[in-house]
Design a protein around this ligand. Sequence first.
Ligand SMILES: C[S@@+](CC[C@H](N)C(=O)[O-])C[C@H]1O[C@@H](n2cnc3c(N)ncnc32)[C@H](O)[C@@H]1O
Length: 265
Amino acid sequence: MSDDFMKSRDKSLKRLIFARFPGSCNDSSGLSYAERRMLGRILKDLFASEGPLRLGQTAFEAGVDAYEAGELAAAAEHFAGTLRAEPEHVQAHNYAGGIDLRTGRYREALEHFECARMLDPQRAEYHFGAAVAHRELGATEAARECSETALALDPGLAPAHGFLASLNFPGPYYLEVISMLHSLLRPRTYLEIGVETGQSIALARRETRAIGIDPEPKITKRLAPGTSIRATTSDEYFAAHDVRAEFGGLPIDLAFIDGMHQFEF
Ligand SMILES: C[S@@+](CC[C@H](N)C(=O)[O-])C[C@H]1O[C@@H](n2cnc3c(N)ncnc32)[C@H](O)[C@@H]1O
């Protein structure tokens, strides 16, 4: 497209907008707040940009605002508008895919992430989005492949590690397993090394004598009356205490070692 064409197109757009929203500068215009904000953005783009108008970008920014305000339906409409104006707007594909994932539209999500991955193959998050959509659609191998690609591009992408672990080790979440063990075994005593916020030790029943050991406990969960926390390392604790004596002569019925995450421990 020639520069002249762009300039005349932008001028026509300016005329069109003023004709469509004649009283746009004051509150008596009859426009909603969202419409006035949108109009403000379009006008700002028109007057500020030297280059051609990017109508898609205006809709995209409105979409991000709506998304951040938690208005997913409005955000989805803005991103759809963005993609009508700029079908290769990669971030709009990514946001639209994310919204589709959150609203259970997995096939549509996958289409967006596939577009994003084609447009920018170096961005790990687009491959990861495709991985999540594939898994929801039951395509486990494709999900694995996409998450491995994401991790090859960005080894620090923590959610992709958790995702891959859940593909490789399917089954209930560890807290669910611990909860089942407490219900089934009804242990008299329970020892936990590494309690952090207390998510797992909080699952001990009120009838169980439980001891949690952690040099830096940050308990946020309500603990059962029979549970106590010792703020020390496990080495120091075992050097200074006889666990059986602490449990009133009972052996350890159940234990969870979740402290220092190193292979030798
Ligand atoms: C993964 S978190 C434990 C999470 C907890 N078990 C849960 O599932 O909610 C690991 C904890 O181990 C603790 N830790 C690190 N070194 C330790 C040691 N030598 N002895 C005991 N706890 C340790 C850390 O302070 C941290 O709070």
